[in-house]
Every structure is written in C-alpha cells, then in structure tokens.
Write a protein that binds this ligand. Structure first.
Ligand SMILES: [Zn+2]
Ligand SMILES: [Zn+2]
Length: 306
C-alpha cells in the first residue's frame, strides 16, 4: 500500500467507492420485497431495521424512506426500478409529480439530471401547477363569466403577472383584475428607456450581466447566485457574446437538458417544459461536461463559457 503513487491510490478510491455506492443502491432497492416477505424473520433478525443495518449498513431513516417511497411508486414500475439504479433519493424528489402518463419522461430526467437540478425542476413545476389549479374562485355579483382557452405559456405568464401584482398589493387578486390592469397599460404612453451615461470603456459581457442581474441567476424567480455564463445559442453554433446569460448550476443543467422553453428569448419568457428535448450538442454536453461520476459536479470546466 505504501508503494502506491497518489494517482494509483486515488484511482482505487474512485473504483471501490463507486462500486460501494452502486451496490448500496441495489441493496436498498431490495428492502421493500424483504419487508413484504418478512424475510428477516426467516433468517433470525427481529426487524427490517436490524436486517438493513447488519446486512447492508443502512440506517433506520433510509429504511423508512424507502418503504414509504415504494408505496408511492409501486404502480410506476419504470420509476420504481430506478431506485436500484439512480438511488432512492432522486426517485423521492420526483415522486410528487409522477403520473402514469408522464412516467417515461420523468424517468429520462431522473437518469440524466443531477440531484440539485432535479430538485429545482420539481419545485418550479409544482409552483406553476399550484398557482394554476388551486386558486379558489371569487364570487362577485357584478361580474360575468367569460370563457376562453389559453395555451400553457400564456397561463404561466398570466399567473406569474398575477403573483407579481399580489406581491405588490399584498392581497389576492382575481384573474379578471389582473387582465384589467394589463389592458389599462395598453393605453398608457410607452416610457422611453433612460439612456445610460457614456462609458469610456465598453463594458464586457461579464460586467453587463453582473450588474443587470444583481449577481443572480437569470431564470425567472430564481434567487441563486449565478455561477455560469450560458449561451442559449450554444457556443459550438454561435461563439458570439450576444445573448450570453448568467445561470446557477441547477438552471444551467436544466438548460442543457433541453427543459427550458423559449430559451432563445429573454429569460423573462422562459419556463420549463415537461420533457427533455436534447439537441446533439446538449447530448454531448450531458455526457462529458456537467457531471461524470456518481452524478456529482466534479469539475466545472465550462464555467463562464458555455
Ligand atoms: Zn451552457
Ligand atoms: Zn437558477
């Protein structure tokens, strides 16, 4: 062992660590079946917890989480099978949004996205759904019902504007009032944007975006600091700095998973789509750059450059 070089020792650590993690996922995925058969009793253990701890070194908390998760996804065989492949914690993240209809698309995301990006995706999708479907209708006798259909994007934009007005006014606001506010603005004269003072030096893309976004990720409503300058047109196709956009790690991963709708438009028009649409560049990006082993960010070679 002492004769091993640092790089050889590091290689062994990676190899055995990787195998240990992979086999642990497979062991944990067996626990629901062990519980169902009460297998632990047949082999002299007094509980599933003792069985899991002594045979696989798995904690009580993980046993509980996995048994609960298995109940939630037992009717989704494709996702259930991912507990053994990507691990229970990633499957648990998407469990609240999976349905029989979207299962295949969700499994694709679970396999491709790193855990923080998956969390960001699910929390944003849940926020949109909740604001779109769980509002109580307000009753006012002076109002007439008008029914019209909206596409998903318009729904999203309308609810986003509703949230903005509600935040500003500090009270709930009906969609009718939101529309009225919007329509009133149509008659108002357009304000000329204030001209900036002339600079002696043309600001670089970095200066421009650092100031415009206050150091924050450009994805709507994201408060993470930006860590990567992303090119919505992809560097390989358009190496200019024109529409370079600062993003956090999570939203950068979602962008390169083809999950952002309107990516070539200004970020205020961005929202998430319900399945991955990878182009050939992003496919390569997924494989080689974002993350390599154990689905963790190991290196960030494209920092400020992709
Ligand atoms: Zn990028
Ligand atoms: Zn972000």
């Amino acid at each position: 062992m002492e004769k091993l070089s640092n790089s050889a020792l590091w290689s062994l650590c990676q190899k055995y660590g990787g195998l240990a993690l992979a086999y642990r996922k497979k062991f944990v995925a067996l626990l629901p079946e062990v519980e169902k058969r009460k297998l632990y009793k047949k082999y002299g253990f007094c509980s599933i917890y003792e069985f899991a701890a002594r045979v696989g070194g798995v904690s009580e908390r993980v046993v509980d989480e996995v048994l609960r998760l298995n109940e939630k996804v037992s009717d989704k065989p494709l996702l259930n099978a991912q507990i053994a492949e990507v691990g229970w914690s990633k499957v648990a993240i998407v469990a609240p949004i999976v349905t029989k209809e979207n299962e295949t698309k969700i499994v694709e995301m679970v396999k491709s996205l790193p855990q923080p990006a998956l969390k960001a995706y699910v929390s944003q999708i849940k926020t949109v759904d909740e604001s779109a479907y769980s509002r109580k209708p307000t009753v006012d006798c002076n109002l007439q019902s008008v029914t019209f259909k909206l596409d998903q994007e318009t729904q999203f934009l309308l609810h986003k504007y509703q949230q903005k007005l509600e935040r500003e006014n500090g009270e709930p606001m009906s969609l009718g009032k939101v529309l009225k506010t919007l329509l009133k603005q149509v008659d108002q004269p357009i304000k000329e944007p204030q001209k900036r003072e002339s600079h002696t030096r043309k600001p670089s893309a970095y200066d421009r975006f650092r100031h415009d976004n206050g150091g924050k990720c450009a994805f709507p409503n994201c408060n993470n600091p930006h860590e990567i300058f992303h090119r919505p047109n992809r560097y390989a196709l358009d190496p200019s700095h024109e529409n370079i956009t600062p993003l956090c790690q999570e939203h950068h991963a979602l962008a390169h998973a083809g999950l952002i709708v309107n990516e070539q438009s200004p970020p205020s028009e961005w929202h998430l789509r319900n399945q991955m649409q990878l182009n050939s560049i992003d496919r390569k990006y997924q494989e080689h750059v974002i993350y390599r082993k154990h689905e963790k960010f190991i290196s960030k070679p494209d920092r400020y450059s992709s």
